[in-house]
Design a protein. Structure first.
Length: 400
């Protein structure tokens, strides 16, 4: 490991640190990224490293000395990028495929505060940064008035979050964090078409447009679909009011939508029961690069599931209902994997707020590999064992 990396971390691992994100992993199955923040435990400064492994996050607290020893493991062939944010600026390090190190150090060169990473916590005073009652920082920050959040009742004109809508504000930012993670898979050299099915009042649709087009500079055309005529009319008025000329809302169902043959990203939130399957099927048929889906009301397999071995468990209605819901989403993930997608099941909203908290995030692989075919065989065995035939599988095999 280059001594310059060690020296940079040695100088920045202190109370002035806001956050570190280590990314661009060469082995994402091992660990995809690491986020680090300072923490005060029993009066001692330490650093919490959150390692993203598959769909799980593992937290470990290190002393400064222990963390410096971990750098060799992380930067010798595993990670090729890091961003260090401190109160007085930030530093970025990049390692090329040939091992060339580049460090851009802007710490102390500007009076502007460092950009705070969206899911870490900070306050004005360094001591406050380390306490557990710290302020949450989001992609869309409180204090900055956004017209669409004001009109949708989430924010006041002064930029303060309406107390009754605080959960909605957190949900919007959580969603944008998941969108942020898939940015490397979205092209920037052409206009991208994004379809949001079941957009409803379109909190997330407006936020997604604002984030991708205005904050990130993507060329996008977003289409919101919903069956409620009055909701669609209201959203179109708001879109025109904000000058969002590439955000349109249409009345209709995704199963019958034919407005474009090329859809780059499909978003479907809380589509009820098999409506989610129809949305996923259309996404696959369009060869969509990215799918973000939060299913709702998974009743179909609850009616189908039958297995003599599991009979002692399935005889309890509430257990059967919950198992069927989880199995539904797990099978959807495996079906998408068999179609050549890399799929993760993620927590969308804390379980205490709603049980409908699983987000299916799927990214199209460049090519189908042998493992995908093996997954398909295992999937068939699993469905036979459970006695189920999921709607999505039927649709993709033209049986419906």
């Amino acid at each position: 490991m280059d001594n310059a990396i060690y020296k940079l971390f040695e100088e920045t691992l202190n109370k002035e640190l806001v956050s570190v994100i280590i990314s661009n992993s060469m082995d994402k199955e091992r660990v995809s990224k690491i986020k680090i923040r300072p923490l005060l435990l029993k009066g001692n400064l330490c650093f919490q490293a959150s390692e993203y492994i598959g769909v799980k996050i593992y937290h470990t607290n290190y002393s400064k000395e222990e963390l410096l020893l971990k750098l060799k493991d992380w930067f010798e062939g595993l990670f090729h990028q890091a961003e260090i944010n401190v109160k007085t600026g930030k530093a970025t390090l990049l390692i090329s495929k040939k091992g060339k190190l580049t460090i851009q150090n802007k710490i102390g060169k500007s009076n502007a505060p460092a950009k705070v990473i969206n899911d870490l916590n900070t306050c004005d005073a360094p001591e406050d940064l380390l306490l557990h009652n710290k302020k949450k920082n989001y992609i869309l920050e409180e204090g900055t008035s956004l017209p669409f959040l004001v009109d949708l009742g989430v924010m006041t004109k002064e930029g303060q979050i309406v107390k009754a809508k605080s959960d909605k504000f957190r949900q919007i930012n959580r969603f944008l964090e998941y969108v942020e993670d898939i940015l490397p898979f979205l092209e920037k050299g052409r206009e991208l078409t994004i379809l949001d099915f079941g957009c409803g009042k379109s909190y997330l649709t407006f936020a997604m447009y604002y984030y991708l087009k205005i904050l990130k500079g993507y060329q996008i055309n977003i289409i919101g679909l919903d069956l409620k005529k009055d909701v669609i009319a209201h959203c179109n008025r708001l879109s025109e009011k904000y000058g969002y000329d590439k955000l349109h809302f249409l009345e209709g169902d995704i199963a019958s939508y034919s407005g474009s043959n090329t859809i780059d990203m499909v978003v479907t939130l809380h589509a009820c029961d098999t409506a989610t399957d129809h949305a996923l099927n259309k996404a696959v048929s369009w060869n969509a690069k990215v799918i973000l889906s939060v299913p709702c009301c998974q009743h179909e397999l609850n009616r189908q599931i039958k297995n003599d071995i599991l009979k002692p468990v399935l005889k309890h209605g509430i257990i059967k209902e919950r198992m069927a819901a989880l199995i539904t989403d797990a099978l959807r993930a495996e079906i998408l994997e068999a179609q050549g997608y890399k799929v993760q099941l993620l927590e969308f909203i804390d379980i205490e707020h709603t049980p409908k908290n699983i987000l299916i995030r799927a990214v199209k692989k460049d090519k189908v590999v042998k493992e995908d075919r093996l997954n398909s065989e295992e999937l068939e065995t699993c469905m036979n064992f459970l006695g189920v035939s999921p709607c999505l599988n039927e649709l993709l095999n033209n049986k419906k």
